[in-house]
Design a protein around this ligand. Structure first.
Ligand code: ZN
Length: 281
């Protein structure tokens, strides 16, 4: 069975960041409680919004701004990475509360580690599971990004899959700057706890083995390639095009080494150029 598990490795760290997240009004909370009894009925009648097929256990209007944002994320990703959009449906299973989400996911995927939201690719379906918590918007931008990426590109390297999802989870207009990662990497750099090492990231084969530092470094390489004023985006987009054509691309680190002199020093300089307090997650 072809399957992969995406995890939100930062867990509690990112959960504490309220910026960019949606919250329910008192009236919406009241409506949620009332509609909870109709959960089975709602789950049985999914709503299609663009490439997304929404299975929510509560009433979520198709025109909700979060769904609009998730729809727009498709164009953002395809434009930024020069990908051909896919029409493969991405099923989004959204639960009104964490207990319902955990109960459902634990039963359906008993061997998966506990995560706040997950993306699952199987032989038959691309699917996202999440719950309506404080960070639902960020969670869904991250997991749905995996969906759009997997729909267009087969066999994304794990570190790059996560680095791209971390880049796109911060939402439009922030140029992918993830403040949590910037602060964490700068802190680790200052105490000698980290130096860029892309071949090390490329050797990680299981999402369960990825640490907070790995997610942060994966994000940094993606941000460096896409946002550096020196213009390195084509190194990444060409690599993705080769993956799309199912041509064995070799490690991205080798292409970076060939195209960018002293890339490790350049990525550190890029990190130090990023704002740590002007842009939130
Ligand atoms: Zn992920």
């Amino acid at each position: 069975m072809r399957s992969s598990l995406c995890t939100l490795a930062l867990g509690v760290v990112i959960a504490l960041s309220a910026a960019g997240c949606l919250s329910l009004s008192p009236r919406e909370k009241s409506d949620l409680a009332r509609q909870k009894s109709d959960a089975a009925a709602y789950l049985a009648h999914p709503t299609t919004v663009g490439q997304l097929v929404l299975h929510a256990d509560f009433m979520l209007p198709p025109e909700h701004r979060m769904l609009t944002e998730l729809q727009n994320e498709r164009e953002l990703i395809c434009d930024r990475l020069q990908l051909k959009p896919s029409k493969e449906p991405i099923h989004v299973y959204l639960f009104s509360d964490e207990a319902s989400y955990r109960d459902h996911v634990t039963k359906k995927f008993p061997n998966f580690p506990e995560r706040r939201a997950i993306f699952v690719e199987s032989d038959v379906e691309l699917s996202v599971y999440a719950h309506w918590g404080e960070a639902v918007a960020e969670d869904l931008r991250h997991e749905v990004a995996h969906g759009y990426l997997h729909a267009s590109i087969p066999s994304l390297p794990l570190w790059l899959d996560e680095g791209l999802a971390e880049y796109f989870e911060v939402g439009r207009g922030r140029r992918g700057v993830n403040r949590t990662h910037v602060e964490y990497l700068n802190g680790q750099l200052a105490v000698g706890g980290w130096q860029p090492n892309l071949p090390r990231l490329e050797a990680i084969k299981s999402a369960a083995d990825m640490t907070q530092l790995d997610y942060a470094e994966g994000w940094l390489w993606v941000h460096f390639l896409l946002e550096s004023p020196d213009g390195h985006a084509s190194v990444l987009t060409t690599f993705l095009t080769d993956l799309y054509r199912a041509e064995p691309p070799g490690p991205l680190s080798e292409r970076i080494r060939a195209a960018i002199p002293k890339a490790d020093a350049a990525v550190v300089a890029h990190l130090k150029s990023l704002p740590v307090d002007a842009v939130g997650n």
